[in-house]
Design a protein around this ligand. Sequence first.
Ligand code: SR1
Length: 325
Amino acid sequence: AGGVSGAPAPFDKGGVKIALISYISAGDFFQAYQAGAEAQAKALDIDLRVFPGRQDAAAQREQILQAINLGVSAIVIDHGLPESLGDVVQQALDKGIKVVAFDVNLNNPKIPQVEQSDHELADLALKQAVKDNGSSFKAGYVYVAGFAPLDRRNEVWDAFKKQNAGVVEKARFGNVSDTTATSTADQAKAALTANPDISVIFAPYDEFARGVKLAATDLGITGKLKIYSADVSTADIQEITEPGSPWVATVATNPAVVGAVSIRAAALQVAGQEVPHQITVKPTLLTQEGLRAANVRTIEELAKKVPAFNTSDAVTASWIPDKLF
Ligand code: SR1
């Protein structure tokens, strides 16, 4: 470990131990988030300890205790169930360990909260749905309560339905597990078969959208369905832009940038510097039409066409390298 030239202690020497503890690791979003965190950690010569998520609240608690015992200087908690984390997170804080929360509401003034502006994300997706379909349609909605980003997007969906009396939610389903897309596909198949008049699906998580697309393909109804989602990955871009795809728009940040921002928030706190309580990475609307017209096939190509996609000015400092991707 050589440290970062010009950085404050302890980053001038390097080798600062930080833990990244995830609730979910499967899926493109979470893999890219982790890759971004690793890239930012490498640039700061941080010894990043990654604890993989298994959708298991008890395992995540255990991992936080392990990180405390390892003597880490900071812990980044990526998703999770707040009710099972409060006491172990307090143990970390009591030991002087800095904590950052991404997409899990730990409701503690000492813990900066990172999010993707989920209200704006859902609002952009639903505005696009109205632009494409008008303000009267029969909808399917994919939602699982208890995940902070999905709950925030759900607030926008509830308000949207109140403001658009012609939008009727005919079916609600969803599953978050290590097989989210395929389990959601099974549920979507049942919902779409029972409600053949559904023409729009709001699926604000890319694994949900992938599941609905799978179901629509199996049922042979891709021509009469439009899917609006959150998140983006290279695999998603391919699914959105392929001929005849019902997945017509998504609203997304670059998850690697969100991972990098989370590590920067931890590093700044360890260096004794100010970090805002609410840290937001803004999402961008990506339509099928726009992606096809720009001939974008990968996340890298997207970042070249939309430079804002590859960087965030959230929680930066002159001593933190942030040209990572
Ligand atoms: C189960 S929560 C899934 C969401 O977490 C992140 O906020 C991603 O945007 C994803 O949609």
